[in-house]
Design a protein around this ligand. Structure first.
Ligand SMILES: NC(=O)c1ccc[n+]([C@@H]2O[C@H](COP(=O)([O-])OP(=O)(O)OC[C@H]3O[C@@H](n4cnc5c(N)ncnc54)[C@H](O)[C@@H]3O)[C@@H](O)[C@H]2O)c1
Length: 257
C-alpha cells in the first residue's frame, strides 16, 4: 500500500465555520497534511486569524467571509476557491449554531434559524460543491459535521437534533447519488468537545452538565479539538477511497454505551 495515502498536498479543501472551534482545528490539520485550505466563516476577523495561523506555520490558506444559509454566498465561496486554487477536492461542512431551549420554549424563528444553518446550509454548499466536482471530473470528498445528538435524545436540543439527524440522512442519500462520480460523502459525529459552541456556554457552565458528560462518556473526558484532525484527514484523503455514506462517531465511546 502507498504509505502516502494521507497526503493532501494536491488537494484543495474548504472548511465552513473555520474561524474558531472545531472547524479551526480541522482547517489547521488539513493544511498540516498538505491541503490548500479555504477558511470560510460568517465572521471575517476570525476567518482571517485562522488563515494567518496556517500561513505563519508554513501552510497555505486564504480566508473569505461567507454565510452558508445564503445561496449566493455559497456560490461566491466556490468562485473564490476556484479563482484562488483552481479546483475543489474537499468540502468540510462544519458551520453550525446551537440554541438550547426546551421544546415548549423554542420559538418558530429559532427553529427556522437552526434548521437553516445546521441542515439547509449543508445541503446548499454540498449541492454547489458537488456540481463543481462533477465539472472537474475527478471525484472529491464531502464531510459533514454531525453530532451524537443525531442519534440520541439530549434535552434542550430539539431543533439541533432534528437538523443533525437530517445531516446523517443527507449524507447517506448524497453518497448514493454521487458514488458514480467518485464523490464520497461521509459525516463525522463528535461527542462532547472542550470547545463549547457559541450559544451553549450557560448550559455547559452548569456543574451538573459537566458531571453528566463525565458519567456517560466512557473515556470520562471531553475530546480535544485536535482529536478531530485524524478523522477528517482520513475522510478527506485517499486513505478512505472506498468509504462513503458512513457516520464516524468521535465521541469517546458515548454512543457505544
Ligand atoms: N463543540 C462540540 O462539542 C460539538 C459537538 C458535536 C458537534 N459539534 C458540531 O461541530 C461544528 C463546529 O462546532 P464548534 O464547537 O466549533 O462551534 P463554534 O460555535 O465554536 O464555531 C462555529 C463557527 O461557525 C461559524 N458560523 C455559524 N453560522 C455560520 C453561517 N451561517 N455561515 C458561516 N459560518 C457560520 C461561526 O461564526 C463560528 O466561527 C458544528 O456543526 C457543531 O454542531 C460540536
Amino acid at each position: 500500500m502507498n504509505t502516502k495515502v494521507f497526503d493532501l498536498s494536491k488537494k484543495v479543501a474548504i472548511v465552513t465555520g473555520s474561524g474558531r472551534g472545531l472547524g479551526k482545528a480541522m482547517a489547521i490539520g488539513l493544511a498540516d497534511f498538505g491541503a490548500n485550505v479555504v477558511v470560510c466563516d460568517r465572521d471575517r476577523d476570525v476567518a482571517e486569524q485562522t488563515a494567518s495561523t496556517i500561513n505563519s506555520s508554513g501552510g497555505i490558506a486564504v480566508a473569505t467571509v461567507g454565510d452558508i444559509t445564503v445561496r449566493q454566498s455559497c456560490e461566491a465561496l466556490i468562485q473564490f476557491t476556484v479563482e484562488a486554487f483552481g479546483q475543489i477536492n474537499v468540502l468540510v461542512n462544519n458551520a453550525g449554531i446551537d440554541i438550547i431551549k426546551s421544546s415548549t420554549e423554542l420559538t418558530e424563528l429559532e427553529w427556522d434559524r437552526i434548521l437553516d444553518v445546521d441542515l439547509k446550509g449543508h445541503f446548499t454548499s454540498s449541492q454547489l460543491v458537488a456540481l463543481q466536482m462533477i465539472k472537474q471530473g475527478a471525484g472529491g470528498s464531502i464531510i459533514n459535521i454531525s453530532s451524537i445528538a443525531s442519534v440520541i435524545g439530549i434535552r434542550g436540543l430539539v431543533a439541533y437534533s432534528a437538523a443533525k439527524g437530517g445531516i446523517n440522512q443527507l449524507t447517506r442519500v448524497m453518497a448514493l447519488e454521487w458514488a458514480p462520480q467518485n464523490i464520497r460523502v461521509n459525516a463525522i459525529a463528535p461527542g462532547y468537545f472542550e470547545n463549547i459552541m457559541q450559544g451553549a456556554a450557560t448550559e455547559h457552565d452548569n456543574p451538573d452538565k459537566q458531571q453528566q458528560i463525565m458519567t456517560f462518556t466512557p473515556m470520562a473526558r471531553r475530546g480535544k479539538p485536535e482529536e478531530l484532525i485524524g478523522p477528517v484527514v482520513f475522510l478527506a484523503s485517499d486513505a478512505s477511497s472506498y468509504v462513503t455514506g458512513t457516520i464516524l462517531f468521535v465521541d469517546g465511546g458515548y454512543t457505544a454505551a
